[in-house]
Design a protein around this ligand. Structure first.
Ligand code: SF4
Length: 206
């Protein structure tokens, strides 16, 4: 079993928090294991809990449509969640759930080694800040900023579920993914060092 297989095996059998009681199945990260872009959501929903894959419900359909319009294929990304088990209906993960699940996110970051990380929503921002040890903030303050931590770029976004609730935010959501697509192309053509010193991007040091 490779390291991703081992990680997924542990997640599938994990009982480190009480979300293990509300899940049907745990949901492991999915996608290109060597992707330069990693997207982090909140938690599995009902469909994900049934299928066992991240972002396969309505939020996933919105994400796919926006990615496609920005020229990003889901196959080029690694997509994961802040917590791997579905919370009870109508509940968001609590800080103890995020903490209990954070070692899995840390291991995914180490394995995939992305150059751009896109935490979508407050839960994902909190989970990432816990792993990378930066001061967390609300998505309303951080949305669309390009934060720089060493050679890692972090682009906080609204969660697609928040776009479904408030479609007026979709334009900004799309603009952020256009920015991410641009960064992805620049990394492919010129390398990360060039991107980190580019004057076309307003990078904010974390
Ligand atoms: S949410 Fe994470 S820590 Fe909690 S039981 Fe599921 S896999 Fe384990």
């Amino acid at each position: 079993m490779d390291e991703f297989g081992q990680l997924c095996f542990e997640i599938s059998n994990c009982k480190n928090c009480d979300l293990s009681y509300s899940r049907r199945r745990s949901v492991c990260g999915y996608g290109d294991q060597g992707a330069s872009i990693m997207v982090i959501g909140e938690a599995p929903g009902t469909k994900e809990d049934t299928v066992g894959l991240p972002f396969v419900g309505r939020s996933g359909a919105l994400l796919d449509r926006v990615l496609l319009q920005c020229g990003i294929s889901r196959n080029d990304l690694y997509i994961t969640n802040s917590v791997r088990c579905k919370p009870p209906i109508g509940k968001t993960p609590r800080s103890e759930h995020i903490r209990a699940c954070s070692s899995y996110l840390a291991r995914e970051l180490n394995l995939v080694k992305p150059v751009v990380v896109v935490p979508m929503g407050n839960t994902a921002i909190a989970a990432l800040s816990l792993v990378l040890k930066f001061r967390t903030g609300k998505v309303t303050e951080m949305n669309g900023k390009i934060l720089k931590r060493g050679k890692l770029l972090i682009v906080p976004q609204f969660h697609p579920a928040a776009i479904l609730r408030n479609p007026k935010r979709e334009e900004l959501f799309m603009e952020n993914f256009e920015k991410i697509a641009f960064i992805g192309r620049e990394i492919k053509s010129n390398g990360i060092d060039k991107v980190l010193t580019s004057s076309n991007l307003e990078l904010v040091n974390l």
